[in-house]
Ligand binder design. Structure first.
Ligand code: BGC
Length: 541
């Protein structure tokens, strides 16, 4: 092994590491199953450990993630069902979610996929609309279903992490058929996260739901995510109107719709955090932590742009920094410091002491590099225009390498950006344990997915070598699923799903690669050579 490493390093001197994809920044010794090095040097990735606290430093979990709405069949009480179902019953927006990936029926069988990929951790969400289809009426069958699933995970030696809220509300939270909600909040329509009375009521309802999950599953689950990618969810549902409920306040009602919803959603996070912490007092795996509750943030490697090119104009750089703050820190600062920055100037002027300290760990979810321009600066308050898919106005820039373009999502996946985001979070919040709770790519190419897996782990390895406390990697996603507004075209799965052929699951090339890295707790040289580095990615077929 050491000889192989030396030869990799020697080759790298002759041919640039970037071109070859062969790098060995911090050689590690061979490791046994406990993560102890057999050559006296620490393995690159340690064994699984606690997500929070000093005992978990140096630990590492390999996992995969899913979300209920994206995989489960027959989630008929979600706003997504109504939003996508054919008319006249539904609003016929995009692909109909329908039976998604048949993930409810197959919930127990799918646990075997994690085992096949050698993964010791699973991040999944519980569908609020299934558990509480009507306000304050609980479906015991749904709770029993997730109970059995958690039992099966624990029996298989796979550590569960539950996301309480992942981009999906029951219809009664904000009925997309009646977003005007002229008669005010009611049990069948609370009028949405942006509503002055309905928003706080939804936050309270979500906290009650979290308390129920903690009471029911806390004896076997210690790891909890409150909300998933809060700014993305807010932008899509209350800013751009591309997710239910379909409110697009970003340009015309920034404060009253978008920011009002964000404020109530932060409040929802804090209440859920408190409900989880007080409801789950059982340390189920004896690692000293009964409930580790965190937040998973969607991150983007923003770059300053103008006229669809990179820009070093100070106005564009400042606009990029303002988007960076809104996107990456507004929510985290609010949860840590207990205050809100309603005018988005980077100073938290609105006190909310009840939010303070409601974050034990931070999830980082990386997919995208994208531009931001000040010219024009369309977003109110931050005078910036970020590139979001077809929302361009000169802010979108060409990819670093043409092969980094992801056609199914119309954005760029620049693998080293994951390191940049981890380093940035660590610089701002050095005490907060980080975990990559999602990263991956929409592709139909096995080699391309394997490259994205290895390069993400190389980025994490580099961060860890610099002392950044990153405790795991969950691939998004365990299998192909419903990609929200983009429907079923993007394929994010480690396992592909054939929806025409009985929803059959087939391993992609990345499964064996990830399984080997997880087993060896390091990236072997041949895997670096074949898939790693910063060269082009294999093309999309
Ligand atoms: C979300 C997932 C989504 C993935 C890929 C994240 O924004 O948490 O639900 O499928 O990215 O786009």
């Amino acid at each position: 092994m050491q000889a192989a490493r030396r030869s990799c390093a020697a080759i790298a001197i002759a041919i640039t590491t970037a071109a070859l994809g062969c790098r060995d920044p911090h050689p590690a010794g061979d490791s046994d199953s406990t993560g102890e090095s057999t050559t006296g040097e620490p393995a690159t990735f340690g064994p699984i450990g606690p997500l929070v606290g000093d005992d978990g430093r140096g630990s590492f979990r390999f996992g995969a993630a899913t979300a209920a709405t994206q995989i489960e069949d027959a989630n008929v009480h979600t706003a997504w069902w109504l939003w996508t179902a054919p008319a006249p019953d539904g609003l016929a927006k995009g692909d109909f979610v329908g039976d998604a990936s048949l993930g409810y029926t197959n919930a127990i069988a799918d646990i075997d996929l994690l085992a096949q990929a050698g993964l010791g951790a699973y991040r999944f969400s519980i569908e609020w609309a299934r558990v509480e289809p009507v306000r304050d009426q609980i479906d015991e069958d749904a709770l029993a279903h997730y109970d059995a699933m958690i039992d099966a995970l624990v029996a298989a030696g796979i550590r569960p992490m539950i996301t309480v809220h992942h981009f999906s509300d029951p219809v009664w939270v904000d009925d997309p058929r009646d977003t005007a909600c002229a008669s005010g909040p009611s049990d069948t329509n609370l009028c949405g996260w942006d509503h002055p009375e309905g928003g706080p009521a939804i936050a309270e309802e979500l906290a009650e739901h979290a308390a129920l999950l903690a009471a029911r599953y806390g004896d076997r689950v210690d790891e909890w995510g409150t909300l998933n990618e809060p700014i993305n969810f807010m932008l899509a549902g209350y800013g751009l109107g591309i997710f239910p409920p379909g409110k697009n306040g970003i340009l015309t009602a920034f404060d009253d719709v978008f920011l009002a919803a964000v404020r109530n959603y932060v409040d929802g996070h804090a209440r859920v955090y408190q409900a989880l912490k007080s409801g789950d007092a059982i340390d189920s795996d004896d690692d000293g932590v009964a409930a580790a509750a965190g937040l998973t943030m969607g991150v983007i490697e923003w770059v300053a742009a103008r006229d669809n090119q990179l820009s070093d104009d100070p106005d564009d750089v400042a606009a990029k920094d303002r988007v960076d703050f809104l996107y990456h820190r507004l929510f985290v600062d609010a949860a840590l410091q207990g205050a809100f920055d309603a005018d988005l100037d980077g100073v938290l002027e609105e006190p909310h002491p009840e939010w303070a300290g409601t974050l034990d760990w931070l999830g980082v979810q990386y997919y995208i590099r994208a531009g931001v321009t000040a010219q024009p600066g369309l977003l109110p308050k931050i005078a910036a225009t970020p590139c979001f898919g077809d929302f361009d106005f000169g802010s979108c820039v060409p990819p670093v390498d043409p092969s980094y373009h992801v056609p199914a999502m119309r954005y760029e996946h620049w693998p080293p950006g994951l390191y940049e985001r981890l380093a940035s979070y660590h610089a701002h919040y050095p005490e907060l344990p980080l975990v990559v709770t999602e990263s991956g790519i929409a592709t139909r190419s096995g080699p391309r997915r394997a490259e994205v897996v290895v390069r993400a782990l190389e980025a994490i390895e580099r961060a860890r070598a610099e002392g950044i406390d990153v405790r795991g990697y969950y691939h998004w996603s365990l299998f192909d699923n419903f990609e929200w507004a983009e429907g079923f075209t993007p394929r994010f799965g480690l396992f592909s799903v054939d929806r025409e052929q009985g929803f059959a699951r087939t391993p992609t090339d990345a499964v064996a690669v990830l399984a080997r890295i997880a087993a060896e707790q390091e990236i072997a040289d041949d895997l670096r050579m074949a898939h790693g580095g910063v060269g082009p990615l294999s093309p999309e077929p």
